[in-house]
Ligand binder design. Sequence first.
Ligand code: APR
Length: 243
Amino acid sequence: MTEIPDRLVEIMKRSSKIAALTGAGISAESGIPTFRGAGGLWEGYPVEKVATVEGFYENPELVWKFYNERRINISKARPNRAHKALAEMEKMYDMWVITQNIDGLHTMAGSNNVIELHGNIWRVRCTYCDYHGENMEVPLREIPPKCPKCGEILRPDVVWFGEPVHMMDLAFKIAEESEVFFVIGTSAKVHPAASLPFIAKNNGATVVEINIERTDVSIIADFILLGRATMILDSLLQKLKEA
Ligand code: APR
């Protein structure tokens, strides 16, 4: 079991601005498979078929089947102790969670300051008109679902490869201003999200990585806490409360 270094607790005690970049690994213990690990989500589905605009227009039905499966899986998932620990930390700090996940579990855990860089699986938008909305139907009655306004095909309101991420300017600003920047459960392979820890570090933040293995961020991390996000964030929260 990874010990939480006293030095980290000291640094956190005198910090006020904290941020956490999270990825699929934080939701793994809620039963949502990660992308790049064994049994990763893209298996059996080539990425360019299910997570690009080109793939969507080539075969909207396949892409919607894939998202329908993910929606079924995510609808059964609940926030775990790692999501909840971050929500608790929001009560103690000026804190933001910047997530690459589309499962909505940070908000469900109680975090208010959440940036969903890659969108949200429960949101849809029209491929033709300006319709944006929420669609909570599980499973979907119709694949692909149609726009209630104009009848054209809807698409998931998520960010696919090659598309601009949401609220990146705010995410950059948060990274620049953070005193402690956590990187939790992400392989840090997909940019621009993966550049945030480097921006934080260049602006003087203490970078803390929490992952079951080392990643490309490890070389700049001031603390590398190897282990499951639930265990580590639980212990960290405990130590912060005791300190
Ligand atoms: N605790 C901590 N870390 C974990 C855990 C756990 N219980 N389980 C897995 N991990 C780590 C893995 O070691 C890996 O580094 O989580 C990371 C998951 O990495 P990816 O599957 O690559 O997910 P992510 O980094 O979120 O992917 C980024 O890529 O495909 C796109 O848009 C998609 O948002 C996604 C983006």
